[in-house]
Design a protein around this ligand. Structure first.
Ligand SMILES: Nc1ncnc2c1ncn2[C@@H]1O[C@H](COP(=O)(O)OP(=O)(O)OP(=O)(O)O)[C@@H](O)[C@H]1O
Length: 645
């Protein structure tokens, strides 16, 4: 299936090798023709035998003669059945080499490229090509021999019948032939649109949860919606052209019946016998109409599908041999360059209110059901841009729930959340944050595609490598073969998937990054490196749901969640003030006699204090209504949080 000329029109690129293929097998083609004559020879008898049976037998009062002719027709059917068996064998002899040739090419390519995925996909296409080709050989051959048999029969019965049946048949076939090319183009456009949509849905559907978590809904919805629209347009166009196929069938197959009936008196007056008229009707209804119908449906649908599949296989073959100008494989990349300076500053989504806090949570209350106890209650929290916050607390206390509320995945019962000044939920807020959950989402495709998933623009390779270096993905990136290497998500460990997802978040323009145990599969050193990278991300604000206390130590601020009581401060402050935090850290620190946190600006929303502030030895404060408590000055940038009134 090579050749055809790289610059030849697409149809020729398929047609020429196809004709050459048939030419090389002219003996098989001849054999197929011979058996087809036998198979469809009975077509001649379909009309001729009943006509003779009527005219020379039953209508002439010679029942025996009539029965003999019917017997001849019966023998014709038996001989035709034998011919059909031999036809199948001949078709197999023609089709199997095609399959073998296509598969050989595909396997050669797969072995050369070590691309098992492409191999199985293309092998499947070769099977489709084989089946479709076999179907086409059957219907087109059947139509040709059936038409010849029927037309010869009609001529033998009465030349006038040939005119009445042959003219509309010719017109129908001509119309059908004229629609073939436009139909094939539309069929191909539809298949391409269908595949594009299926590919998109295959990538999107398994990762819906993570797409939502990462705030990429709109981006994904846009891309998917475009493909749905494209398929709809392609399907509508194909449907319009398919109507012409039905018209051609009506003209070529059904109009002759109408004409035979309508002109019957005139035909009988002009020497056509009753038997010949019945024979002509038998030709049309028993042979021509079914054969034309098979041809129209078979060639119209399968034919264009075959063209698409073979064209694809041919294109891959020519690309593999370098025959198509400009389509030779790109040279495989060497190991990626390491190092590279980090971008000076990640661009922020435009339209953020100036000086807006990166995160602002007000009176936030949420419960999983109307009767359920609130998981988050009257929480206040404000984070200035650049803050690195760790969220800690016992298991099941509500840390993930809080990140989901901030990301807009859950709707609060009360209170509000703003990200970069934009209300949550909302498209602007969604564009300003990225949430990486524990289960990292990696889709099939290249590493570069995976890493640039949250970026509307292509990510320059230098920036990509710099991000990979910062987050700790570089060793994996080198092992996989660089940014353009294809990733098989199932072949990655959980930690490796997390590194991919983390680098993707790092590359996004979202100023606020929420890591919900997103580093839980990394070792402590890798986790530290990653968190530091995010903390140093220019202009970035980081919220980490920590599963190791080392994460909290690294953070500027720590939020200790403890049901209705919540504490907030630096690590040192909380070590002094929060028994729970000390428990979590695993080291008990005596309660200081001095207030852990200095009283601050009374105008600020507040809710944080320590045992010293409460003065009652309790480790968590956050018991006063918002506005009645005061935040320490040193939390002004990080902002306060609230507890229950
Ligand atoms: N979809 C849900 N429906 C009902 N209850 C839920 C749902 N998701 C979480 N919860 C409950 O809400 C509470 C808080 O869960 P959440 O996952 O936010 O805790 P967490 O602090 O992140 O826990 P962990 O540290 O174990 O991940 C838990 O009691 C949990 O059982």
């Amino acid at each position: 299936m090579t050749g055809g000329g790289a610059g030849a029109p697409p149809a020729q690129r398929v047609l020429r090798p196809g004709l050459r293929f048939l030419g090389e097998r002219w003996r098989v083609v001849l054999r197929l023709g011979a058996w087809s004559v036998l198979e469809t020879g009975q077509t001649f008898l379909t009309g001729y035998a009943p006509a003779r049976a009527l005219d020379e037998g039953f209508l002439a009062g010679r029942v025996g003669t009539g029965l003999v002719w019917l017997g001849v027709a019966g023998i014709g059917v038996l001989v035709g059945a034998y011919g059909t068996v031999r036809v199948y064998a001949a078709v197999a002899a023609l089709v199997e080499p095609l399959r073998d040739r296509l598969v050989a090419r595909v396997v050669a390519r797969g072995v050369r490229e070590g691309d098992a995925g492409a191999l199985s996909g293309l092998t499947q296409q070769a099977e489709i090509a084989r089946d479709t080709f076999a179907g086409l050989v059957m219907v087109s051959r059947s139509f040709v021999f059936t038409a010849v048999g029927a037309l010869v029969g009609l001529f033998s019965l009465a030349p006038l019948l040939l005119v009445v049946v042959g003219m509309p048949l010719l017109a129908g076939v001509a119309l059908f032939a004229a629609t073939l090319r436009p139909l094939a183009r539309r069929q191909e456009a539809f298949l391409v649109a269908d595949e594009a949509l299926a590919e998109r849905l295959g990538a999107v559907c398994p990762g819906l949860r993570d797409i939502t978590a990462a705030g990429a809904e709109e981006q994904v919805a846009d891309g998917t919606g475009d493909r749905v629209d494209a398929e709809l347009r392609a399907a509508s166009s194909l449907a319009r052209w398919s109507v012409l196929r039905v018209v051609s069938l009506a003209i070529g197959g059904q109009l002759p019946i109408v004409l035979l009936l309508a002109t019957a008196p005139w035909l009988l007056r002009n020497g056509v016998t009753t038997g010949a008229l019945v024979g002509a009707l038998a030709y049309v209804t028993q042979s021509l109409l079914p054969a034309l119908s098979n041809l129209v449906h078979g060639l119209g649908t399968s034919g264009s599908r075959l063209v698409v599949v073979v064209r694809r296989l041919v294109r891959n073959s020519t690309r593999e041999t370098g025959a198509t100008a400009g389509s030779a494989r790109e040279p495989s990349e060497g190991p990626p360059r390491t190092g590279g300076a980090l971008p000076a500053r990640l661009p922020r989504p435009s339209g953020n209110p100036p000086e807006a806090p990166a995160l602002s949570v007000t009176s936030l209350t949420f419960a999983y059901g109307p009767a359920a106890a609130p998981v988050v209650q009257d929480l206040h929290l404000t984070l200035a841009p650049g803050t690195h916050l760790a969220v800690v607390g016992p298991s099941g206390i509500g840390k993930s729930t809080l990140t989901a509320l901030v990301a807009g995945l859950l709707e609060p019962a009360k209170g509000s959340v703003r990200v970069c000044g934009h209300p949550v939920p909302g498209a602007e807020a969604a564009a300003c944050r990225v949430l990486i959950p524990q289960q990292a989402y990696v889709h099939t495709g290249t590493l570069a595609e995976n890493l640039g998933h949250l970026r509307p623009d292509p990510v320059p390779e230098e920036e990509l490598l710099a991000a990979a270096g910062a987050v700790g993905l570089l060793p994996l990136l080198e092992t996989l073969g660089g940014p353009r290497a294809t990733v098989d998500p199932t072949a990655l460990s959980a930690g490796e998937r997390q590194l991919v997802a983390l680098t993707r978040a790092y590359l996004s323009y979202a100023p606020l990054v929420l890591l919900d145990e997103a580093t839980c599969h990394l070792d402590p050193e890798a986790e530290e490196r990653t968190e530091r990278a995010f903390a140093e991300r220019p202009g970035g604000t980081l919220v980490v749901v920590a599963h190791r206390m080392s994460s909290a130590r690294r953070a500027d601020r720590v939020l200790v969640m403890d049901g209705r009581e919540t504490a907030y401060g630096t690590h040192d402050e909380l070590m002094r003030c929060s028994a729970l935090y000390r428990d979590l850290v695993g080291s008990w620190t005596p309660v200081p006699s001095e207030p852990a946190l200095a009283l601050g600006d009374p105008d600020r929303v507040d809710a944080v204090a320590g045992p010293g502030l409460a003065g009652d030895g309790r480790h968590v404060v956050a018991h006063r209504p918002v506005g009645q408590m005061q935040a320490p000055r040193d939390l002004r940038d990080g902002g306060p949080l609230g507890g229950q009134p």
